[in-house]
Write a protein that binds this ligand. Structure first.
Ligand code: ADP
Length: 400
């Protein structure tokens, strides 16, 4: 059984091709800058060097066509024929209130995904074009939608409700949905294995710290609260997104700066976060370097970032009445000992004690970085959203 996993963004399509017998990654790559002269294609077959080439690609249909042709290119020895692609798993950012799990795509599901455009205008329309392209290029191949929001469907109403007039929930479905669900779910399953506990008996705080950042409280294996909300803007400080702010600031800015709603959206989504505070960059590596070489604004961005993570860890610790483990994942969570240390620093009274040597040791593998005697384990678990999407795709296919 071979599964193609696609993540169609606004100007890029990422792909991973799996053989599910033994969950082997056969190929991966990305087409970036779709519609621009500098568009390029990166591809890596298992065990081979990555290749990068310029390409002319004006839309998602052309991008996915290039990806598929590449998979059957005899030079790569991946597959001989399109009929070897058994299914396609699509990452869909928003499944609204409707989807609590992955589903086989049919006309009704397509309509439901379109209905969610209004909830995720920056993501769902692009995810959708990926599905449309596959319907043309791989007619008859089952397509499965895997939603970023689905894992958070278990969040109770008192945690997903905003204290706004109830009618806004009824009229516009305004509530917390949560995102990065596939990643939180994956690392939670891995953490349960590392803890040697059944997945439905673990209490965890999972910290996905990448360009986008979110943190989830997991009780008995299910999500009970998460920091992203109605959109992926809420919660932690991110590369360019502000995370939590007082909503009155928005009214204030609308009045003071006479700024349009679109410009205000850009300010909150693309000009805030690490970039906004530092005035330098959204990239955590550069923030860390700049702070170390004396930039006070980079230092401040770092302080605000880590303090926010720590505040959420502490509050979810209370929500869960204790946790088996704190899990760090994604670009920053997996790679930055400094951020992990600072996010857990001063939480010893909660039973969260880091082994600084283990934290600094580096490495790409799953590992425990808490002190031997720490009641709460601290773990680094590389996320694998693509594999999770492939697994879900296989599950839906098998159940059908
Ligand atoms: P995305 O959310 O786009 O998938 P990633 O999970 O790849 O992003 O995370 C990107 C972030 O990870 C960037 O801020 C990058 O600087 C940060 N990062 C990657 N490696 C390191 C590292 N060694 N130390 C600190 N931050 C890192």
């Amino acid at each position: 059984m071979k599964v193609l996993v696609l993540n169609s963004g606004s100007s890029s399509v990422k792909y991973t091709f799996f053989s599910m017998d033994g969950e082997k990654k056969l190929a991966r790559g990305i087409i970036e800058c779709i519609g621009l002269p500098e568009a390029y294609f990166k591809h890596q077959s298992a065990g081979e060097e990555e290749v990068k080439e310029q390409c002319k690609v004006s839309n998602h249909l052309e991008a996915i066509d290039i990806i598929i042709k590449n998979l059957i290119d005899p030079r790569h020895k991946i597959i001989n024929d399109l009929s070897e692609i058994d299914a396609v798993g699509h990452r869909i950012v928003h499944g609204g209130e409707k989807f609590s799990k992955s589903v086989m795509i049919n006309e009704e599901v397509l309509q439901d995904i379109r209905n969610c455009f209004v909830l995720a205008p920056l993501h769902n329309p692009h995810n959708y074009t990926g599905i449309e392209a596959c319907e043309k290029l791989l007619a008859g191949v089952p397509q499965i939608a895997v939603f970023d929001t689905a894992f958070h469907h278990t969040i109770p109403d008192y945690s997903y409700f905003y204290a706004l007039p109830y009618s806004l929930y009824q009229k516009y479905n305004i509530r917390r949905y949560g995102f990065h669900g596939t990643s939180h779910h994956y690392v939670a399953q891995r953490a349960a294995q590392l803890l040697n506990k059944p997945p439905d008996q673990v209490n965890l705080i999972t910290c996905h710290l990448g360009n986008g950042c979110s943190i989830t409280a997991i009780r008995n294996g299910i999500s009970v609260d998460t920091s992203m909300g109605f959109t992926p803007l809420e919660g932690l400080v991110m590369g360019t997104r502000c995370g939590d702010i007082d909503p009155a600031i928005i009214i204030h800015l609308l009045n003071l700066e006479k700024i349009s709603a679109d410009d205000l959206n850009t300010l909150l989504q693309k000009k805030s976060g690490l970039l906004g505070i530092s005035g330098l960059t959204s990239d955590m590596r550069t923030i860390l370097k700049s702070a170390a070489s004396g930039s006070d604004r980079a230092r401040l961005a770092l302080d605000v970032f880590c303090y926010r993570v720590k505040k959420y860890i502490s509050s979810y610790f209370g929500v869960l009445n204790g946790a088996d483990a704190i899990v760090f994942t994604a670009g920053i969570g997996e790679n930055s000992p400094t951020i992990r240390e600072r996010s857990c620093h001063g939480l010893e009274n909660l039973g969260i004690r880091m082994d600084l040597q283990a934290n600094n040791a580096g490495g790409l593998e799953e590992r425990i970085i808490s002190a031997q005697d720490s009641p709460v384990k601290i773990m680094v678990i590389p996320t694998n959203e693509e594999l999770m999407i492939a697994r879900q795709t296989l599950r839906v296919l098998t159940n059908n």
